[in-house]
Ligand binder design. Structure first.
Ligand SMILES: Cc1cc2nc3c(=O)[nH]c(=O)nc-3n(C[C@H](O)[C@H](O)[C@H](O)COP(=O)(O)O)c2cc1C
Length: 363
C-alpha cells in the first residue's frame, strides 16, 4: 500500500484507526495500530468516567486519563499516535489543550465543525490538526475560516461518509441517498481541497472513512483521490481493542438487520447495534434522573431519554443490557477476533491482489 504523508508524519500504511469512544480505542488499540505502520487514535470521549471515581471528578479525571493513555501508548510504540476530540463534548478545550501539551502527533476532530481548533496551538507546537467533515461545503468553509482567522491550513481532512459508526453528520434521509455516499463525496472534496491547496501553495491529504472494510475497498477509495482511509468497525474485533470481550462478541453475533439508526441525545443520528436497552428507549421506558457529567454541550437532560455517557460506558464494560454498541454499517460482516497485525496484513494482501488484478485487466 502507499504511504500516507501528513506534513512530516509518514505512516507506512495509509490506515488511520478512527477514534472510538467511550473507551473502545485507548492506548491498547492505538499503539497496536501505530506499531503496524498505521495511525493509532485514542478517543478522548468519556475518559473522565473511565478514570474518575465519582461524577464530580469528571473534568479533572478526563485530563488525567488522556495524559495516562498517551503515556501508555508512547511506552508501547514509536509509531504515530493521534487523539480524537469531538466538538460536541463540553470538555473539548481541555482535551485539545492536553493532547497538544502531551505532544500527540495529531488531533482528529469532528461531531461538529472544529472552527476554533488552531487557536489552541501555541507557537512551535508539533501536533497536527485534522478536521472530520461530511461534505465538500464543510471542508471548504473550514479551510477558509482557519486560514482567515489563524493563517492555518488543515494538515489533513477526514471525510466520514454515512456508513460510519457512531454519530453521523447527516440527516436521517441522507444516510441511504447515493448523493451522500463516500464514493460521491471523496472526488468532490478532493477537488475542492486541491483547489484551496493550490491557491495557498500547500497540499492537504484527504482521508476517507465510513464503510471501508476490505483491502479492495481501500484500493477503490484511494483511486478516487483519497490518500488514506479511516477505519473503525474492523478494529473493534481485534485482540487489542480496549472494549470488553462482550462488546467485540456483539459484532460477531450481529446480523445485518440488527444494525439500526438511532436518534442520539447529542442531537445527531447514530448507527448502533440493536439492544434491549435501545428497545426500552424506543418504548419510552427510560428517563435519566439527573445529568451526572454534563459531558455534551447539546444534551438536555429534560429531553434526553437516557444518559449517553453511561450507556456507552456500560457497553464498553460489556454490560450491553444497560447500554449499546455503536458500529459501522458493515459490522455484521465480522467473523472473528484477530490481532491488529493479522488484520493489517490481510488488508494489505487484499489491496495488493486487487491492484494486480486491475493492472492485469488494463494490460
Ligand atoms: C464503536 C464506535 C465508536 C465511535 N466513536 C467515535 C468518536 O468518539 N468520535 C469520532 O469522531 N468518531 C467515532 N466513531 C467513528 C470512527 O472513528 C470511524 O470514523 C468510523 O467508524 C469509520 O467507519 P467504519 O466503522 O465503517 O470503518 C466511532 C465508531 C465506532 C464503530
Amino acid at each position: 500500500m502507499k504511504t500516507l504523508k501528513i506534513g512530516n508524519l509518514c505512516a507506512s500504511v495509509p490506515i488511520v484507526q478512527g477514534g472510538m469512544g467511550v473507551g473502545i480505542s485507548l492506548a491498547g488499540l492505538a499503539s497496536a495500530v501505530a506499531s503496524e505502520g498505521g495511525i493509532g487514535v485514542i478517543s478522548s470521549a468519556g475518559l473522565g468516567v473511565i478514570y474518575g471515581s465519582r461524577p464530580a471528578d469528571y473534568r479533572e479525571a478526563s485530563i488525567r486519563g488522556l495524559k495516562e493513555e498517551l503515556r501508555k501508548a508512547r511506552e508501547a510504540t514509536r509509531g504515530i499516535i493521534g487523539v480524537n476530540v469531538m466538538v460536541a463534548m463540553s470538555n473539548f478545550a481541555d482535551m485539545v489543550r492536553t493532547a497538544i501539551a502531551e505532544k500527540a502527533d495529531i488531533i482528529f476532530s469532528g461531531a461538529g465543525l472544529p472552527l476554533s481548533l488552531p487557536s489552541f496551538l501555541p507557537e512551535g507546537a508539533r501536533t497536527k490538526l485534522a478536521p472530520i467533515v461530511s461534505s465538500a461545503r464543510a471542508a471548504v468553509l473550514l479551510c477558509r475560516k482557519w486560514f482567515e482567522e489563524y493563517r492555518y491550513v488543515p494538515d489533513a481532512i477526514v471525510v466520514e461518509g454515512p456508513k460510519a459508526g457512531g454519530h453521523l453528520g447527516y440527516k436521517r434521509e441522507q444516510i441511504d441517498d447515493s448523493h451522500y455516499s463516500l464514493e460521491t463525496l471523496v472526488p468532490e472534496i478532493v477537488a475542492e481541497v486541491s483547489k484551496f491547496g493550490a491557491e495557498h501553495e500547500c497540499h492537504i491529504p484527504v482521508i476517507a472513512g465510513g464503510g471501508i472494510y476490505t483491502g479492495e475497498d481501500i484500493y477503490r477509495i484511494m483511486e478516487l483521490g483519497a490518500e488514506g482511509v479511516q477505519m473503525g468497525t474492523r478494529f473493534v474485533t481485534t485482540d487489542e481493542c480496549d472494549a470488553d470481550p462482550a462488546f467485540k462478541q456483539s459484532y460477531i453475533d450481529a446480523r445485518r438487520e440488527d444494525i439500526e439508526i438511532i436518534e442520539s441525545p447529542v442531537g445527531m443520528p447514530g448507527r448502533a447495534l440493536r439492544s434491549s436497552f435501545l428497545d426500552r428507549v424506543r418504548e419510552g421506558l427510560k428517563r435519566p434522573k439527573a445529568c451526572p457529567f454534563d459531558c455534551i454541550k447539546t444534551c438536555d437532560v429534560t429531553h434526553s431519554p437516557y444518559c449517553i455517557m453511561l450507556a456507552l460506558y456500560n457497553a464498553f464494560k460489556g454490560k450491553l443490557q444497560n447500554g449499546y454498541a455503536f458500529c459501522g454499517a458493515n459490522a455484521w460482516r465480522a467473523e472473528k477476533i484477530q490481532s491488529v497485525r493479522e488484520l493489517m496484513s490481510s488488508l494489505s494482501a487484499e489491496y495488493d491482489s486487487f491492484a494486480q488484478k486491475i493492472k492485469g485487466l488494463a494490460r
